[in-house]
Design a protein around this ligand. Structure first.
Ligand code: AHR
Length: 661
């Protein structure tokens, strides 16, 4: 009898171990329980002119300091040959007549022959030139009667050899005149430079000396670098936030970002210093300015081009609190608030309105359909809240449908955050912008952050985040797989909580390998090439596999947010009729799980697994090996409603299954 009991106990314990092993091993997706709608804005991009993101980056202008407005007016330029007399190359300042573009260069010639005297421009860390491509040169000039000049323009490669050029013959021009000429390059060079050789006699005044490649995004003259914009377009971002970032605030208020100074003819857009010029003593960038050839009109147009909602962020009457922390007195805030109201009119007003007319005159008659507007970037303290109240009241009174994005400061927790979060929720803020630059472990430990959020209150914009392999603002931070997989794990938590988190964006977006101030960054470029980091591909897998509705994905009836190093979310896509499962395995061991899809009648047995993985957490992509870590598709097979999934070590797995009709 005793033996029978022992046998029974053994059987029971084996059975229960087996059952629990089985239940532990099964991941269930409840495909018919729609728990949240995924907003079309969910996965977006954050653009800031940092790391030479705009000038020297997406703005394809090749000439640095084209209008001599940098603090050192000839920065980027070199005089070639030997001027005959002092003042043959003279910077003149007409500030009284033209505040926005005061300086120009007067060149005096003394019967010079070609090759005797000239100017050289070094570009932004050189110029990326492509063989066979057309380059468009333009210049604004004045030339009095009696002067007779020619400009021989040429590109030279890194060894100083001519790789294409042409001649521009000027004519008498009492007033400023723009003239253009084009030529083809005969060689590819990532580090070319540009020369103008003068010939003739007399004086010629020069301004806005410009050289653009013809292969810009959508072939727009004076446009953007196509390869960089294509990487953005491929993300199918739900929104684009611009122009930053701290750039909105400025080091002090005099150099804050003012959108009105960034629109209209480019020669009338007033340059300012880029606040990243001086920000980091260890990464000085003395030649970093904002020319605003890329301004608010172009940002709106870009948003439209790539199908993203525009999200402009405006200064709230406060300069960067890490720098001067200047604030504008409350009784002088009106112009700032007016800028916000005027921006909405610029974007949405018809041609009968003052600012709508300006937009129409710039070539965009239809409104840009602005729905979102940010007030303040990383501002904090009661000074921000009292200014925000004034903006909020004025904007909501005139434009009740515009959703306002508001700042919760610099960190996702702590005193500043708690204060702002409390105040913003009291004022029923539409959308609260949270920033987190943290170590990868933080992202893993906080993957269920939004599970605890109030479902009925303000919505969340995870506006700037990136896992830091070292620490914030460290120059040793890498865009390695450890950071990307931690972000992917965290993003499953955002997706699971899509009723609360309505927008999110990695930051910063771009960095030039020879001109960066901040790392990590999502996309790295040199003068000719660009590549997506593993972090880019993690973002892309979410943004291009978004789905329309969140459905529960559970193990042992619990959300999957870190137990056994697994993180998961699931959506269905009502448009494509698919179930989309995302599972991140952050452990170094492979894992096998049954995934059971419940609540649907029938599934197509042929499904796809898109796998993003790396051998080691330290692995990175690079200019020489841009695809070291990139998604790969595999066909997988279901048995009925079940899938037996083998997850590779350190892997991000996206499974797409068609619901059969
Ligand atoms: O993304 C870089 C900077 O980080 C942003 O400009 C700022 O908002 C944050 O501190």
């Amino acid at each position: 009898m005793k033996n029978i009991f022992i046998l029974l106990a053994c059987c029971l314990s084996f059975l229960s171990a087996h059952v629990s092993a089985q239940s532990n091993n099964t991941i269930t997706v409840k495909a018919n329980e729609l728990v949240a709608t995924v907003q079309p804005t969910m996965w977006g991009v954050f653009f800031e002119d940092i790391n030479m993101g705009a000038d020297g980056g997406i703005y394809a202008e090749l000439i640095k300091n084209r209008s001599f407005e940098f603090y050192k007016p000839l920065m980027g330029w070199k005089i070639l040959g030997k001027p005959q007399t002092e003042g043959d190359f003279l910077i003149q300042n007409r500030e009284q007549a033209n505040l926005a573009n005061p300086r120009f260069l007067r060149v005096t010639l003394h019967n010079n022959t070609k090759g005797s005297i000239g100017l050289n421009n070094e570009g932004f860390r050189g110029m990326g030139i492509k063989t066979g491509l057309r380059y468009d040169f333009s210049v604004m000039y004045r030339q009095p009667a009696g002067s007779n000049t020619k400009m021989h323009i040429e590109l030279v490669d890194s060894a100083g050899r001519s790789i294409g050029g042409t001649v521009l013959t000027t004519s008498t021009a009492e007033d400023w005149k723009k003239q253009s000429v084009s030529f083809n390059a005969s060689a590819t060079d990532p580090n070319a430079k540009f020369n103008i050789w003068f010939e003739g006699n007399g004086t010629v005044d020069l301004d806005m000396i410009s050289l653009f490649p013809s292969d810009t995004w959508k072939n727009r003259p004076g446009g953007m670098r196509a390869d960089m914009i294509q990487l953005l377009a491929d993300l199918k971002p739900g929104f684009i936030r611009f122009p930053g970032g701290c750039i909105v605030e400025g080091h002090d208020l005099s150099v804050r970002y003012q959108w009105k100074k960034t629109i209209g003819p480019i020669e009338e857009r007033q340059l300012i210093i880029n606040r990243w010029n001086t920000e980091f003593a260890h990464r000085p960038t003395p030649d970093y300015f904002q020319t605003f050839g890329l301004g608010f009109f172009e940002y709106f147009q870009l948003a439209e081009d790539i199908g993203a909602e525009p999200l402009p962020i405006l200064n709230s009457g406060m300069a960067c609190q890490f720098n001067t922390a200047e604030v504008v007195p409350l009784n002088q805030l009106d112009p700032y608030v007016q800028d916000a109201l005027d921006l909405i009119e610029f974007a949405n007003g018809d041609s009968t309105t003052k600012w709508g007319k300006v937009r129409a005159q710039m070539g965009h008659i239809a409104p840009f359909n602005l729905k979102l507007l940010g007030v303040g970037n990383e501002n904090w303290g009661p000074q921000y809240i009292e200014r925000l109240h004034i903006f909020h009241k004025a904007i909501k009174e005139k434009y009740p449908n515009i959703k306002l994005v508001t700042s919760s400061g610099t960190d996702p927790n702590g005193e500043r955050f708690d204060y702002l979060n409390g105040e913003l929720r009291k004022m029923k803020a539409d959308i609260i912008d949270e920033h987190f630059y943290r170590r990868p472990e933080w992202f893993l430990q906080n993957a269920s952050r939004y599970d605890k959020y109030d479902r009925k209150g303000s919505k969340i914009f995870a506006g700037e985040y990136a896992a830091q392999s070292d620490k914030v603002v460290s120059i040793h931070n890498k865009n390695n797989w450890q950071t990307a997989i931690a972000e992917a794990a965290f993003m499953t938590g955002m997706e699971r909580n899509a009723d609360v988190v309505v927008m999110s964006s990695y930051a910063p977006l771009f960095a030039h390998v020879d001109a960066w101030q901040w790392t990590p960054d999502m996309i790295w470029v040199d003068n000719l090439r660009s590549y997506g980091t593993p972090n880019y591909y993690a973002q892309k897998l979410f943004s291009t596999n978004k789905g329309t509705n969140v459905v529960p994905i559970l193990r042992n009836n619990e959300i999957i947010a870190g137990k056994d190093s697994l993180y998961a979310s699931a959506t269905i896509d009502k448009n494509t009729n698919e179930v989309i499962v995302k599972i991140v395995n952050t452990s170094g061991q492979s894992k096998t799980h049954d995934i059971s899809i419940e609540g649907v009648k029938k599934l197509n047995p042929k499904a796809t697994l898109t796998l993003l993985k790396a051998e080691k957490l330290e692995d990175v992509n690079s200019l020489s090996n841009p695809g070291a870590i990139q998604p790969e598709d595999q066909a997988i097979q279901l048995k009925g409603r079940k899938l037996n999934l083998l997850m590779a070590p350190y892997s991000f797995n996206v499974i797409k299954i068609k619901i059969a009709r």
